[in-house]
Design a protein around this ligand. Structure first.
Ligand code: CIR
Length: 260
Protein backbone atom coordinates (compact mmCIF):
# COMPACT_ATOMS: atom_id res chain seq x y z
CA UNK A 1 0.00 0.00 0.00
CA UNK A 2 1.14 3.52 -0.76
CA UNK A 3 0.26 6.09 1.88
CA UNK A 4 -2.66 8.36 1.04
CA UNK A 5 -2.31 12.12 1.09
CA UNK A 6 -5.10 14.25 2.47
CA UNK A 7 -3.41 17.66 2.28
CA UNK A 8 -0.90 19.54 0.19
CA UNK A 9 0.83 22.88 0.59
CA UNK A 10 0.89 24.80 -2.68
CA UNK A 11 1.99 28.31 -3.52
CA UNK A 12 1.22 30.08 -6.79
CA UNK A 13 4.09 31.82 -8.56
CA UNK A 14 4.53 35.54 -8.01
CA UNK A 15 4.44 37.99 -10.94
CA UNK A 16 8.26 37.93 -11.05
CA UNK A 17 8.41 34.15 -11.42
CA UNK A 18 10.75 34.59 -14.39
CA UNK A 19 13.41 36.06 -12.06
CA UNK A 20 13.98 32.66 -10.45
CA UNK A 21 16.92 30.35 -11.00
CA UNK A 22 17.17 28.40 -14.20
CA UNK A 23 19.63 26.59 -16.41
CA UNK A 24 17.06 25.51 -18.99
CA UNK A 25 17.39 27.19 -22.33
CA UNK A 26 13.67 27.14 -23.05
CA UNK A 27 12.79 30.83 -22.98
CA UNK A 28 11.15 33.12 -20.45
CA UNK A 29 8.09 31.73 -18.69
CA UNK A 30 4.77 33.50 -19.07
CA UNK A 31 3.40 34.06 -15.58
CA UNK A 32 -0.25 34.05 -16.61
CA UNK A 33 0.20 30.72 -18.33
CA UNK A 34 2.10 29.49 -15.27
CA UNK A 35 -0.83 30.51 -13.07
CA UNK A 36 -3.25 28.65 -15.34
CA UNK A 37 -1.06 25.54 -15.16
CA UNK A 38 -0.86 25.93 -11.40
CA UNK A 39 -4.65 26.08 -11.11
CA UNK A 40 -5.03 22.94 -13.18
CA UNK A 41 -2.48 21.19 -10.96
CA UNK A 42 -4.35 22.28 -7.83
CA UNK A 43 -7.67 21.14 -9.32
CA UNK A 44 -6.16 17.73 -10.01
CA UNK A 45 -5.01 17.43 -6.39
CA UNK A 46 -8.51 18.27 -5.20
CA UNK A 47 -10.03 15.70 -7.60
CA UNK A 48 -7.90 13.07 -5.89
CA UNK A 49 -9.04 13.89 -2.39
CA UNK A 50 -6.35 16.36 -1.39
CA UNK A 51 -7.26 19.48 0.56
CA UNK A 52 -5.10 22.47 -0.38
CA UNK A 53 -3.13 24.63 2.03
CA UNK A 54 -2.57 27.63 -0.24
CA UNK A 55 0.28 29.96 0.69
CA UNK A 56 0.47 33.50 -0.66
CA UNK A 57 2.76 34.20 -3.56
CA UNK A 58 5.83 36.09 -2.41
CA UNK A 59 7.79 38.22 -4.87
CA UNK A 60 10.82 38.19 -2.58
CA UNK A 61 11.23 34.57 -3.61
CA UNK A 62 10.58 34.00 -7.31
CA UNK A 63 11.23 30.25 -6.90
CA UNK A 64 8.86 29.87 -3.96
CA UNK A 65 6.21 28.09 -6.01
CA UNK A 66 8.53 25.06 -5.85
CA UNK A 67 7.39 24.34 -2.30
CA UNK A 68 8.48 20.72 -2.28
CA UNK A 69 12.10 21.72 -1.81
CA UNK A 70 11.47 23.36 1.55
CA UNK A 71 10.39 20.46 3.77
CA UNK A 72 10.06 16.73 4.07
CA UNK A 73 6.95 15.43 5.77
CA UNK A 74 6.30 12.00 7.20
CA UNK A 75 2.64 12.50 8.08
CA UNK A 76 2.59 10.06 10.98
CA UNK A 77 5.90 11.25 12.39
CA UNK A 78 6.47 14.93 11.76
CA UNK A 79 8.28 17.24 9.41
CA UNK A 80 11.74 18.58 8.84
CA UNK A 81 12.36 22.00 7.35
CA UNK A 82 15.18 21.97 4.84
CA UNK A 83 18.01 24.43 4.31
CA UNK A 84 17.85 25.10 0.55
CA UNK A 85 21.14 24.97 -1.27
CA UNK A 86 20.57 28.16 -3.27
CA UNK A 87 21.00 31.33 -1.20
CA UNK A 88 18.14 33.08 -3.00
CA UNK A 89 15.75 30.39 -1.76
CA UNK A 90 16.75 30.33 1.91
CA UNK A 91 13.86 32.52 3.11
CA UNK A 92 11.21 30.38 1.43
CA UNK A 93 11.18 28.01 4.38
CA UNK A 94 9.62 30.51 6.81
CA UNK A 95 6.10 30.53 5.36
CA UNK A 96 6.18 26.77 4.93
CA UNK A 97 7.31 26.25 8.53
CA UNK A 98 4.46 28.50 9.72
CA UNK A 99 1.95 26.45 7.73
CA UNK A 100 3.35 23.15 9.00
CA UNK A 101 3.34 24.25 12.62
CA UNK A 102 -0.46 24.11 12.47
CA UNK A 103 -0.21 20.36 11.82
CA UNK A 104 3.03 19.28 13.52
CA UNK A 105 3.97 20.46 16.99
CA UNK A 106 7.65 19.71 16.68
CA UNK A 107 9.42 20.73 13.48
CA UNK A 108 12.98 19.56 12.94
CA UNK A 109 15.39 21.65 10.88
CA UNK A 110 18.40 21.04 8.70
CA UNK A 111 21.15 23.25 10.10
CA UNK A 112 24.44 24.68 8.89
CA UNK A 113 26.69 23.43 7.31
CA UNK A 114 24.06 21.10 5.86
CA UNK A 115 22.09 22.04 2.79
CA UNK A 116 19.16 20.05 1.48
CA UNK A 117 16.53 20.60 -1.20
CA UNK A 118 13.76 18.06 -0.73
CA UNK A 119 13.60 17.70 -4.51
CA UNK A 120 16.63 15.52 -3.83
CA UNK A 121 14.64 13.20 -1.60
CA UNK A 122 12.76 10.28 -3.09
CA UNK A 123 10.64 8.31 -0.64
CA UNK A 124 9.96 4.70 -1.51
CA UNK A 125 8.00 3.26 1.40
CA UNK A 126 10.30 3.02 4.38
CA UNK A 127 13.41 3.66 2.35
CA UNK A 128 14.52 7.08 1.19
CA UNK A 129 17.00 7.92 -1.56
CA UNK A 130 18.84 11.19 -1.01
CA UNK A 131 20.56 12.85 -3.92
CA UNK A 132 23.87 14.59 -3.41
CA UNK A 133 23.62 17.45 -5.86
CA UNK A 134 24.58 21.06 -6.46
CA UNK A 135 21.95 21.88 -3.79
CA UNK A 136 22.16 19.04 -1.27
CA UNK A 137 25.45 18.29 0.44
CA UNK A 138 26.59 15.24 2.40
CA UNK A 139 26.03 16.97 5.71
CA UNK A 140 22.43 17.82 4.81
CA UNK A 141 21.87 14.24 3.67
CA UNK A 142 23.34 12.89 6.91
CA UNK A 143 21.10 15.17 9.00
CA UNK A 144 18.04 13.94 7.14
CA UNK A 145 19.12 10.31 7.51
CA UNK A 146 19.61 10.83 11.25
CA UNK A 147 16.13 12.38 11.57
CA UNK A 148 14.52 9.49 9.70
CA UNK A 149 16.37 6.60 11.36
CA UNK A 150 14.48 6.56 14.71
CA UNK A 151 11.26 6.14 12.73
CA UNK A 152 12.66 2.95 11.17
CA UNK A 153 13.23 4.66 7.82
CA UNK A 154 16.45 3.71 6.08
CA UNK A 155 18.24 5.83 3.50
CA UNK A 156 20.93 5.72 0.87
CA UNK A 157 22.66 8.49 -1.04
CA UNK A 158 22.94 8.85 -4.78
CA UNK A 159 25.51 11.29 -6.10
CA UNK A 160 23.99 13.02 -9.12
CA UNK A 161 26.61 15.75 -9.54
CA UNK A 162 27.91 14.10 -12.69
CA UNK A 163 24.54 13.16 -14.11
CA UNK A 164 23.84 15.64 -16.90
CA UNK A 165 20.51 17.39 -17.25
CA UNK A 166 19.07 16.89 -13.77
CA UNK A 167 18.92 19.53 -11.06
CA UNK A 168 17.59 17.29 -8.32
CA UNK A 169 17.49 13.54 -7.80
CA UNK A 170 13.75 13.56 -8.39
CA UNK A 171 14.29 15.15 -11.80
CA UNK A 172 15.25 11.59 -12.77
CA UNK A 173 13.33 9.27 -10.47
CA UNK A 174 9.90 8.72 -8.96
CA UNK A 175 8.60 6.03 -6.63
CA UNK A 176 5.20 4.68 -7.68
CA UNK A 177 5.15 1.96 -5.04
CA UNK A 178 7.62 1.06 -2.32
CA UNK A 179 9.26 -1.37 -4.74
CA UNK A 180 8.55 0.27 -8.11
CA UNK A 181 10.57 3.18 -9.44
CA UNK A 182 10.46 5.28 -12.56
CA UNK A 183 14.07 5.89 -13.64
CA UNK A 184 15.92 7.69 -16.40
CA UNK A 185 18.60 5.71 -18.22
CA UNK A 186 21.39 7.68 -16.55
CA UNK A 187 20.30 6.37 -13.12
CA UNK A 188 19.08 2.92 -13.98
CA UNK A 189 22.35 1.10 -13.24
CA UNK A 190 23.05 2.82 -9.96
CA UNK A 191 23.54 0.14 -7.26
CA UNK A 192 21.08 1.91 -4.94
CA UNK A 193 18.24 0.85 -7.25
CA UNK A 194 19.21 -2.80 -7.66
CA UNK A 195 16.32 -5.16 -7.01
CA UNK A 196 13.58 -2.61 -7.70
CA UNK A 197 10.90 -3.06 -10.31
CA UNK A 198 11.76 -0.28 -12.79
CA UNK A 199 9.71 1.67 -15.30
CA UNK A 200 12.41 2.93 -17.61
CA UNK A 201 11.84 6.39 -19.06
CA UNK A 202 12.11 6.35 -22.85
CA UNK A 203 14.98 8.48 -24.21
CA UNK A 204 13.74 11.96 -25.03
CA UNK A 205 11.03 11.82 -22.34
CA UNK A 206 13.32 12.34 -19.34
CA UNK A 207 11.32 15.32 -18.11
CA UNK A 208 8.44 12.90 -17.45
CA UNK A 209 10.48 10.99 -14.84
CA UNK A 210 9.40 13.56 -12.28
CA UNK A 211 5.93 12.12 -11.93
CA UNK A 212 4.05 11.72 -8.63
CA UNK A 213 1.80 9.10 -7.18
CA UNK A 214 -1.17 10.91 -5.64
CA UNK A 215 -3.50 8.43 -4.00
CA UNK A 216 -5.06 6.36 -6.79
CA UNK A 217 -3.49 8.30 -9.65
CA UNK A 218 -0.12 9.15 -11.09
CA UNK A 219 0.39 12.78 -12.04
CA UNK A 220 2.62 13.07 -15.09
CA UNK A 221 3.68 16.01 -17.24
CA UNK A 222 2.16 16.32 -20.69
CA UNK A 223 4.29 15.54 -23.72
CA UNK A 224 5.66 12.10 -22.75
CA UNK A 225 3.44 9.74 -24.77
CA UNK A 226 5.57 6.62 -24.46
CA UNK A 227 6.00 6.98 -20.72
CA UNK A 228 2.27 7.61 -20.40
CA UNK A 229 1.59 4.37 -22.27
CA UNK A 230 3.98 2.47 -20.00
CA UNK A 231 2.31 3.84 -16.89
CA UNK A 232 -1.16 3.01 -18.19
CA UNK A 233 0.07 -0.50 -18.98
CA UNK A 234 1.06 -0.84 -15.31
CA UNK A 235 -2.57 -0.09 -14.46
CA UNK A 236 -2.30 3.49 -13.23
CA UNK A 237 -4.93 6.13 -13.82
CA UNK A 238 -3.09 9.23 -15.03
CA UNK A 239 -3.51 12.95 -14.56
CA UNK A 240 -1.61 14.47 -17.46
CA UNK A 241 -0.67 18.05 -16.62
CA UNK A 242 0.82 20.89 -18.64
CA UNK A 243 4.06 21.93 -16.95
CA UNK A 244 5.73 23.89 -19.73
CA UNK A 245 6.14 27.18 -17.87
CA UNK A 246 7.68 25.44 -14.85
CA UNK A 247 10.00 23.40 -17.02
CA UNK A 248 11.48 26.68 -18.28
CA UNK A 249 12.54 27.31 -14.67
CA UNK A 250 14.00 23.80 -14.12
CA UNK A 251 10.91 22.86 -12.14
CA UNK A 252 9.32 19.44 -12.17
CA UNK A 253 5.78 18.42 -11.42
CA UNK A 254 6.46 17.09 -7.93
CA UNK A 255 7.97 20.34 -6.69
CA UNK A 256 4.72 22.28 -6.98
CA UNK A 257 3.27 20.61 -3.90
CA UNK A 258 4.25 19.40 -0.48
CA UNK A 259 1.98 16.48 0.18
CA UNK A 260 1.02 14.96 3.51
C1 CIR B 1 15.52 26.20 -8.66
O1 CIR B 1 16.46 26.24 -9.44
O2 CIR B 1 15.67 26.01 -7.45
C2 CIR B 1 14.11 26.35 -9.20
N1 CIR B 1 14.14 27.25 -10.33
C3 CIR B 1 13.53 25.03 -9.59
C4 CIR B 1 13.38 24.09 -8.45
C5 CIR B 1 12.68 22.84 -8.85
N2 CIR B 1 12.51 21.98 -7.77
C6 CIR B 1 12.41 20.66 -7.88
O3 CIR B 1 12.52 20.13 -8.97
N3 CIR B 1 12.26 19.96 -6.77
Amino acid sequence: MFSRFTRAIVRPPARNFADGLTTADLGTPDVDRALTQHRAYCDALVRHGVQLVMLDADPRYPDATFVEDTALIRPDRGAIITRPGAASRAGEVDAVADALRVHFSDLARVTEPGTLDAGDVCEAGDHVFIGISQRTNSDGAAQLAAWLAPFGITSSTVDIRDVPGILHLKSGIAALEPQRLVLIDALVDHPAFAGYDVVRVPPGEEYGANCVRVNDAVFVSAGQPQLEAQLRACGYALEVLEMGEYRKMDGGLSCLSLRF
